[in-house]
Design a protein around this ligand. Structure first.
Ligand SMILES: [Zn+2]
Length: 388
């Protein structure tokens, strides 16, 4: 039993409770309130705030190498196409990831998970998509499995074979490979829970995405979509049609697409660190989505082109760039993110019976997360009832 005692504030689903404690037993939240009993182990939380552990609902945390050499090209206004032609872009990461051994990929990725945990993330979705052939996509997902088993963070694996067309291959042939070989093999081995696709001009069309997601569904993989990031090409609508658990990015989502997502109950996963790192003015229309009744989740999109492990920073961007309130943004980083990865019954909120995945922040209220930005406010992380 662990008692976290006398917190200045506890962030609950229906508001905050002041001067409250949390009693944890067998890794789960047993009681929340005042004078709720004793425990052998006590954490004094006076002056601090307890939040649910962050759920990062969209990451590409498994990759090899880094692409810091692109920064000056980006800053001088070079396009993504120019950078790709000059040795950068996704193909660089694909080459590095293919060349990396299982153990090298594991150790590079584990460092990122360690940092995510330090910044308060206790559950993370992680995608494949830098292998782009059967062997290396499986290698990435096996790294995800190993991390889930060995690391404190719960890793939720997503198959994203349709991230890009690998060099030297025709797109039609690659789509067939994804559908006929990769999806069945990934599903047979139980290596993924979701099937994702990069639905975008120049990547995979709505029709190709539909075929890939259908094939995934037939093999028990729930659909997710990278939708309407650079252009309004119908990804949000496809997410609704396919009953996807989430549609992600959505900077350019049409009004009709947003309405259809609301009706179908598709969660939006917004990734404000992406326009930030691309120096774009435009962010996803979070307020419009919430007004239409879409649940908004947040995530880092951690990848070599948008490298942050820090969900506090994402909350700050959600408030300052998308006009979300501190509560909306923290719910986006916790319970709504848990919904977007199908984990809402276990994690994402502080409720009796749920897993004791908690962060203690060194501040008297949750509002300090956007207010006091650019630092790590997390003092302790509790995963399954244990301080990690
Ligand atoms: Zn992504």
């Amino acid at each position: 039993m662990l008692l976290i005692k006398d917190a200045s504030e506890v962030f609950l689903p229906d508001g905050v409770q002041k001067n409250a404690s949390i009693l944890i037993e067998d890794g789960r939240i047993k009681k929340i309130g005042k004078n709720i009993g004793r425990a052998d182990e006590v954490i004094d939380a006076r002056g601090k705030t307890i939040l649910p552990g962050f759920v990062d609902a969209h990451t590409h945390a498994i990759f090899a190498g880094s692409r810091e050499f692109e920064i000056e090209m980006k800053l001088s206004g070079k396009t993504y196409e120019y950078i790709a032609e000059h040795g950068g872009g996704i193909n660089y990461t694909v080459k590095k990831t293919r060349d990396a051994s299982f153990h090298q990929l594991l150790s590079e990725s584990k460092e990122r998970l360690d940092r995510m945990l330090e910044y308060g993330t206790t559950t993370a979705e992680v995608k494949s998509g830098y292998g782009l052939d059967t062997k290396n996509e499986i290698k990435m997902l096996e790294v995800a499995k190993e991390l889930d088993e060995k690391h404190a963070i719960d890793v939720i694996p997503t198959f994203l074979g349709a991230h890009a067309v690998p060099p030297g291959m025709e797109k039609d042939d690659y789509v067939e490979l994804v559908i006929n070989e990769m999806i069945p093999e990934v599903a047979d081995r139980g290596l993924a829970r979701f099937c994702d696709v990069f639905c975008e001009n120049g990547y995979f069309t709505v029709d190709e995405s539909r075929r890939i997601l259908k094939a995934g569904k037939e093999h028990g993989l729930t659909p997710k979509i990278h939708a309407d990031e650079f252009s309004s090409c119908g990804g949000a609508g496809l997410a609704a049609e396919m009953n996807a658990i989430s549609a992600d990015h959505l900077l350019m989502a049409s009004d009709d697409g947003i309405k259809r997502m609301a009706t179908a109950g598709v969660n939006a996963v917004l990734l404000p660190a992406v326009p930030f790192s691309l120096m774009q003015e435009r962010y996803a229309p979070a307020r419009k989505m919430m007004k239409e009744g879409v649940r908004v989740a947040l995530a880092t999109d951690l990848n070599p082109n948008c490298w942050t492990e820090n969900m506090q920073f994402v909350i700050q961007l959600a408030c300052f760039k998308m006009g979300m309130t501190p509560r909306e943004a923290i719910e986006g980083a916790t319970i709504n993110a848990a919904r977007a990865v199908g984990m809402e019954n276990e994690v994402g909120s502080i409720e009796e019976g749920k897993k004791a995945d908690l962060v203690i922040i060194d501040a008297p209220s949750h509002v300090f997360i956007p207010y006091h930005f650019g630092v790590n406010l997390v003092e302790k992380v509790i995963k399954n009832g244990k301080v990690v």
